[in-house]
Design a protein around this ligand. Sequence first.
Ligand code: M6R
Length: 610
Amino acid sequence: MCGIVAYVGYRPALPVLLAGLRRLEYRGYDSAGVALVRPGWIERHRVAGPLDGLVRATRRVDASATTGIGHTRWATHGAPTVENAHPHIDCHGTWAVLHTGIIETHEALRARLRRRGHRFRSQTDTEVIAHLLEDAPSQDPPKAVAWATARLEGSFSLEIVSARDPGRVVAVRLGSPLVVGLGVGEQFIASDVPALLPFTRRVVYLEDAEQCEVTADGIRLERAGRRRRMRIETLRVGETEAERSGYPHFMLKEIHEQPEAVAAALQGRIDLARAQVRLTEKGYGRIDPRRVRRVVAIGCGTALHAALVAKRSIEGLARVPVDVVAASEFRYGEPVLGPGTVVLAISQSGETADTLAGVRLARASRRPVLAIVNVPGSALTREADAVLPMRAGLEIGVASTKAYTSQLVMALLLALDWGRQRGTLSPSAARALLKGLVSLPGALRRTLGLSGTIRRAAQRFAKGHHGNFMFVGRGYNFATAFEGALKLKEITYRHAEGYGAGEMKHGPLALVDARLPVVAVAVRDTVRAKIASNIEEIRARGGNLLVVGTEGDHALARRAGVFFGIPDLPEPLTPVVAVVPLQLFAYHLAVALGRDVDRPRNLAKSVTVE
Ligand code: M6R
């Protein structure tokens, strides 16, 4: 949450900061600001609203400053106003601070600083840091920052500049991600790699509780006062990955990238001849599936829905019981993590605060953590005992799409591998599923061909002014209904709920009338007949039915007002493809309703605060 960038070097800092912020807007877009360090003073520009306003406001700014910091905000403390926009300064304008995350002790600090005569101008938790720095016994930036951060509690990352030291930026990571980009005679810092891509591929990920001092000539990393040798990594990301490449929105681009993302997840991991899966990544081989007695799968939002599908595939194929818990509940619950329990953490970003807290809880209980994660170098990749990288590439759209389908594929590979090793899956059954997996990119491409039909249907529903939508599914596609509803609500702002279709008569059926669109996922699988009955019950009450079914299922198509047919697939694989029409429907409905698809209100991409 919140995008932050910093630059120090020989170029004018402002265009670098604005270019970086443009690529971080998905992390927050409530307000934006920059601080440029001039000899002896700091020049600040801040606007309420998205980055475009800041670009306009700084059009005529003198471009000679070569050090600066920039921020795009997702508000936590204080409304999205200019006064609350970052960077924040101390009473004399010597220090400028920007921050992502939360300072939990800010109220007590603010009261104490006020008593000492400091004047506050915003409602943010961030401003206390600027005033704390003013009180630091040493005004040397690295020392002052170390002194101030020792007095802060919370989860955050900071970028700080001082007018007394124009060629230096100090950054701190405590819970929220930060990455330093290395150049020649210039350096960059950002909360996420897309901001660095136009400038460098050489990066150093900050470890937790680490402070970093950056000048044009180099960087210095310290943890608890001790210097750390830096480990330089090379980003294997094409620059255009962070661009829309002709698509009107990142979300649409990422929906269309799903065949390639799934192919990348499968690459080199399937051995058809031996009917086996090859997973060789960090720590994976150290978990013996024959000794696993139980899995607890955690995640948030879309990743939580992926965990629900993973439950089906791991229980179905490997016969290991799986409990699914929202990470935000798991971390504050009293989970019983007995011997033989593996915690499976699923996350696109690998930085979601609740998921990471759940991982730390599991590790404190000495239970192994296996992570399905997309972003290389993220906290989850470092903290988990074993990692299954998804390889979906950058996902920038706030509404997660390709990460979800890749998470499902990774869970299937895991279930297949464990099933073979535990002897619960025969070679012939495994081979059939592996062949199905290989066919997935083609099935996804074919389903994406429905885009025009789905767009027209969505446009009709937009004209119908429907305020509520219901999604139903069963079996392997129980969670597909939840995911379809989540996509719709987060980008259209229409109310949508997902239900198990078998649960309808226990209450939700009361909602059904001719005004209510009901989206049913009813592919050809072992519960097809059951959900067909549920569909009849909805029809009998006049429900406005859209059905995602299997191509050629004419009986079902006749009963639906709108029918989207997907290719026939082995049952455990159907959720990977059945969700695509729902993603497209939400997308086209949002566009028809005039929503800002890539910047849904109140949301941001990585939820690094509680
Ligand atoms: O990065 P993560 O997968 O851990 O993120 C989890 C959720 O915040 C995320 O899936 C969120 O629900 C998306 N906006 C859904 O589209």
